[in-house]
Design a protein around this ligand. Structure first.
Ligand code: DC
Length: 230
């Protein structure tokens, strides 16, 4: 059967990763969480003194070190869930903290960071058979993707989902703090100069504010079947 490229973009915490990951597993495609790559670079910056105490980024230091930042993904053999590795170390949990979430949009707005990560992402898609989620996958990384989805949901619904997710992991944060973070990231992601978050003209819009995970999964599977048969 022919293999295609599936690009899933949208706002933060709108369930993109869950649906993308599940679809990839079902159809035997590779799944890449491009947000995890920006988060891994952010963690690298935190751990290597690239943020100063006022949270300013030393861009020239980062530029000199960006080639040293090696990001890869491996499947957890038991859960089959992809884990993010930074320079050989599993950082899957560390990249999901509020500290990383509050800094990542600034790192993702830097042109040379995007260029380095987009190059790596395009290489990953060379053989097709890939589901990638992010903000600029349908517009910049894979403008020729055979299936493009743009996912959205209200900021309150997305903040509640992130709140529930963190709670399950035993990480504490107030709902207001998370809502503020979601809205702030929306603003930065949509207004940055390089590859701002926007729906590609040929992407299919999905507002999942009032859908269950199962309903979203079915919807995406149907879109995949339609794309593969067209
Ligand atoms: O999907 P996420 O919340 O893990 O993404 C983390 C941040 O990275 C988010 O602020 C937007 C940014 N990002 C991006 O600019 N481009 C992508 N392709 C993926 C994520």
């Amino acid at each position: 059967m022919k293999k295609i490229v599936i690009a899933i973009d949208g706002f933060s915490s709108c369930g993109k990763s869950t649906m993308a990951k599940d679809l990839a597993r079902e159809i035997g495609y590779i799944y890449i969480d491009s947000g995890a790559m920006y988060r891994a670079v952010t963690l690298y910056c935190i751990e290597n003194g690239i943020f100063d105490k006022d949270n300013n980024i030393d861009e020239s230091l980062l530029k000199g070190k960006i080639e040293e930042v090696n990001i890869s993904f491996k499947l957890n053999p038991e859960t089959k869930v992809p884990q993010t590795f930074l320079n050989g170390v599993n950082v899957e949990n560390k990249i999901r903290t509020m500290e990383v979430s509050s800094k990542v949009s600034y790192i993702a707005a830097i042109g040379f960071v995007r260029e380095a990560l987009v190059n790596q992402q395009q290489l990953m898609g060379n053989e097709k058979g890939i589901v990638m989620d992010g903000r600029d996958i349908g517009t910049t990384v894979f403008p020729d993707a055979e299936l493009k989805i743009f996912v959205t949901a209200s900021a309150e619904v997305r903040a509640q989902r992130r709140y529930d997710e963190l709670k399950v992991k035993g990480q504490s944060a107030s709902f207001e703090e998370i809502l503020h973070n979601v809205e702030e990231r929306d603003r930065i992601d949509q207004t940055r100069e390089v590859s701002p978050l926007r729906k590609a003209d040929d992407a299919i819009l999905l507002d999942n504010s009032h859908m269950t995970i199962l309903e979203q999964k079915e919807w995406l599977r149907n879109e995949f079947e339609r794309a593969i048969n067209s």
